[in-house]
Structures are given as C-alpha cells and as structure tokens.
Design a binder for this molecule. Sequence first.
Ligand SMILES: NC(=O)c1ccc[n+]([C@@H]2O[C@H](COP(=O)([O-])OP(=O)(O)OC[C@H]3O[C@@H](n4cnc5c(N)ncnc54)[C@H](OP(=O)(O)O)[C@@H]3O)[C@@H](O)[C@H]2O)c1
Length: 283
Amino acid sequence: MRILVTGAGGMLGGDVAAAARGRGHEVIALTHPELDITASPALHAMLGAERPEAVVNCAAWTDVDGAESHEDAALALNSGGAAELAKAASAHGAQLLHVSTDYVFDGNALRPYRESDEPAPRTAYGRTKLAGERAVFAADPGHAVVRTAWLFGAGGKNFVATMLAAAAGGREEVAVVTDQVGCPTFTGHLAAALIEVAERRIGGIQHIAGAGQCSWYEFALQIFSQADVRCHVRPVLSDEFPRPAPRPAWSVLESERPEVPRLAPWQDGLAACLAEVRTGLAR
Ligand SMILES: NC(=O)c1ccc[n+]([C@@H]2O[C@H](COP(=O)([O-])OP(=O)(O)OC[C@H]3O[C@@H](n4cnc5c(N)ncnc54)[C@H](OP(=O)(O)O)[C@@H]3O)[C@@H](O)[C@H]2O)c1
C-alpha cells in the first residue's frame, strides 16, 4: 500500500512511518515543516500528487495544559486540520486513520471505556480532540478514529523518558500519583496496530491501548524495576500537583469490537521501549 503519515516528526508519527516501512509499504512520511495539515490547498495538492491509499494523522496539538489558554489554536489544529485532512483523503480515495485520546471521556467511569460510551470531555484539549473525531466522520463515515492513551516511545517526551532522566540526573526520589489509572501504550506497538487497521481498512471508532491497567505510581515502579535503576517512588495524590487542565482519574480503554487489533500487555510495551532506548544509547 501507499501510506502517507502526517506529523511524522512526532513521537508516534516516527514509529508509524517505521512500522509501515517494516511491513513493506511505500511510505510518504511528512513532518510539520513538510506538510501543515491546516493548509488546505497544500494538503489537497499533496494527496493529489502522492495518491496514498491510507493517511495516518499523527499531527496534533498535544500540549494539554497549553490548550486551556489557547483553545482556539488547539481547535484549529485538532479539529480544523483533521477536517481538512478527512475531506482531502475522501476526495482522493484514501482512508484517513485519525488518532484520538482518552481525554474525550470524563474520567469518572468504574469500568474500561468502550467505543459506544458517551464522550464528555472535561478539558479544552479533550473538547478539541472530540470535535476532530466528529469532523472526520462528518467528512466520511468510512474513516477511522483510533483512541489511545498514555503514549510512550523511545523517541519523544513522555513519562518513561522523564523517569529515566530524573534517575540519571541523580534524583533519589520521585513523587508520583496513585489516583490516576490508565493503559500505558508503547508507540511501537500502537504503530504496528495502526498499519494493520489501514491494511484491513477497518473504519469507525476503535480503542487501541496497551493491555492491562495501572496507576502512574505503579508505572514508575515498573520502569525503575525493568531499567534496573535505583530511585525511590513516593506515592502521592493528584491534589499535590494542581495543573491548568485536570487529569482524568480513569483512562482505561478497551474495545468491544472483535475486529479491532489488540495490543500486548503494557509491561511488554515497556520492555520493548527500554530495549530500543538501550540500542539508541549503544549507537
Ligand atoms: N502522548 C500521549 O500520551 C497521547 C495519548 C493519547 C493520544 N495521543 C494522540 O496521539 C497523537 C500523536 O501524539 P504524539 O504524542 O506523538 O504527539 P507529538 O510527539 O507532540 O507529535 C505531534 C506532531 O504534530 C506536529 N504538528 C503540530 N502542528 C502541526 C500541523 N499544523 N501540521 C502538521 N504537523 C503538525 C508536531 O510538529 P512540531 O512539534 O514541529 O510542531 C509534532 O511532530 C496525537 O493525536 C495525540 O492527540 C497522545
């Protein structure tokens, strides 16, 4: 297949391009300077020239706190950009795979969120991402929206990198919250699943995240254990870390659709990520 990846300079985008190449596809991987997804004429021209069969959109406004004070700008990208991409993909016969988030939910559930659960975002970021989902399906109900959560990868700013950097910087203790629970998701595993979704042309909303669940506190313990690093993790509550955007207490996603790819347990994702980090360090 010919697969075009937007936001290819980001944490997930880089892994999606690599996963697609690894499965033998022809890949057009475009970073932000190479394609701005809010620039409609350039978008149409690019898709017309490249003629991809699938477009994976990894471009987004991902600064959750920043979105609270810049909601219009976040909306222009997370909804406006997604809408333009969805329309351009339809016009050129490609399926769009758009990446979304657990933040579309209110985070108050007592069981994992499924695709048919009603979204109710509590943050500006969540509102802009939900608007993007709706814009994608308004353009074409055959497109795909893949909701995921708690991403970490070898090439980006994320919780695993933050914990490892804290320990490497000589910190003997980190304070990490116990009252937010979610599904840590390795971008390498998600990327492979996204390519499978494109190959099988699965449409509609799909929940794809690392199997299992844990709190950020448990995640930190597992990171230091697997990395064989000494750093004490002090359990704390979210109240100790007030932030502009409230973090969801519950970010656990599961799929009620049998055809949607399942990911390996999050602990396996962490092991794969740490192996990549070690390989990168060894280079
Ligand atoms: N990170 C998470 O924990 C998480 C959880 C759930 C869902 N998601 C979703 O997963 C997707 C990928 O996230 P990520 O963590 O890989 O994000 P990321 O590392 O911040 O990557 C986003 C990329 O989008 C690019 N970009 C920004 N504005 C653009 C524009 N107008 N046109 C084209 N590209 C643009 C950025 O480039 P510049 O930096 O050069 O501007 C960046 O390379 C997003 O849709 C996000 O909402 C993330």
